[in-house]
Design a protein around this ligand. Structure first.
Ligand code: PAZ
Length: 319
């Protein structure tokens, strides 16, 4: 039997992450700095959430999300002039470095040994055919870091993610229409309440555990109506059954009354999304050929969302 709880109960059930105060201070400074520069600021959530099965966690329930959507969108929002708070699952894809997968990283370089045995005189260079790509990524990375346009905040568990989301929303919501939320993280719908979780590692000698999951309270309506009521909010809807996708995405928009739902099917998510607003439904797609030449769906998606955000700001200014 599944149980439900309110957002307040959920937060009362778990302690905040150790670095919450520090993270809030960083977010406040970041938002202040970028609002002085008159920049729009977007919070991008990215990756899956780990649901602990023991309080001193050895095992956890996880999901498929790689964090590519969030990491790629971060780069395109930075290129569009936004400041970005990148709230991401630790060890999922990250902007810029994602272009250089760990297992191939060393293949980027050439080592030229010096004459004799003097290893300190050996030289390392970037392979000729990789240097253009590396230079392009480095340029964007340096531009983001030298202008303080990117704040990266890692999390691991579902609980930590929700604490960070709430605290950052309180800060970012103060920018009103100039703030945007791109909620691309794949957040667990289920968790184990603290009083049902064993403290220590479950022992296999005791046989398979009976795990009772509760429903995570819906945080989206709380974010939309309480934490950041004037912000431009984009949620994502993922399904595996194409028959359900648009119905459920439209239902989420009608129920929560925010600005955009981006709908995608698990296996097609790199090639196609549908952007749904109160009065439009736009399919954005890229071909295999475009993907082969290095283009990404997030490039088109971010352009579309930036235009919608601009119209939202204009319309609020005209009221
Ligand atoms: O992280 P990723 O790039 O592998 O996948 C992106 C995604 C499918 C997690 C995202 O587009 C999305 O739909 N997020 C919300 C998922 C949900 O309905 O909970």
């Amino acid at each position: 039997m599944m149980q439900t709880s309110t957002s307040r109960h959920f937060f009362e059930d778990f302690p905040p992450p150790d670095d919450l105060k520090h993270t809030i201070r960083d977010a406040e400074a970041f938002v202040k700095l970028n609002s002085v520069k008159n920049k729009n600021v977007v919070l991008i959530t990215s990756g899956g959430t780990a649901v602990p099965m023991e309080s001193r966690t050895v095992r956890f329930i996880d999901n498929f999300s790689t964090g590519t959507r969030g990491a790629a969108s971060t780069e395109y929002f930075l290129a569009a002039g936004y400041a970005v708070i990148f709230l991401h699952r630790a060890r999922s894809a990250k902007p810029f470095v994602r272009h250089f997968p760990e297992e191939k990283l060393l293949d980027l370089f050439v080592l030229k040994e010096a004459e004799g045995n003097d290893t300190s005189a050996s030289a390392i260079t970037v392979k000729q055919d990789e240097s253009t790509r590396l230079a392009r990524v480095l340029r964007s990375y340096h531009s983001a870091s030298s202008t303080n346009s990117l704040l990266s905040i890692p999390f691991f568990s579902l609980q930590d993610y929700l604490y960070f989301l709430k605290s950052i929303s309180d800060v970012l919501g103060q920018l009103r229409q100039k703030s945007m939320f791109l909620l691309a993280a794949a957040v667990s719908d289920f968790y184990i309440p603290s009083d049902e979780m064993p403290e220590h590692k479950m022992q296999s000698s005791e046989g398979p555990p009976e795990v009772r999951l509760s429903s995570v309270p819906k945080m989206l309506p709380v974010l939309i109506h309480r934490w950041a009521p004037e912000a431009f909010i984009i949620s994502f809807k993922l399904e595996t059954d194409p028959k359900l996708l648009l119905l459920k995405a439209r239902k989420a928009l009608d129920t929560y009354q925010h600005e955009v739902v981006v709908a995608n099917i698990l296996e097609e998510r790199r090639k196609k999304v549908v952007v749904i607003t109160a009065d439009s439904e736009t399919q954005l797609e890229i071909s295999e050929e475009q993907r082969g030449s290095g283009q990404e769906l997030e490039d088109i998606l971010v352009q579309d969302l930036v235009a919608k955000h601009e119209a939202f700001i204009q319309s609020a200014a005209g009221r």
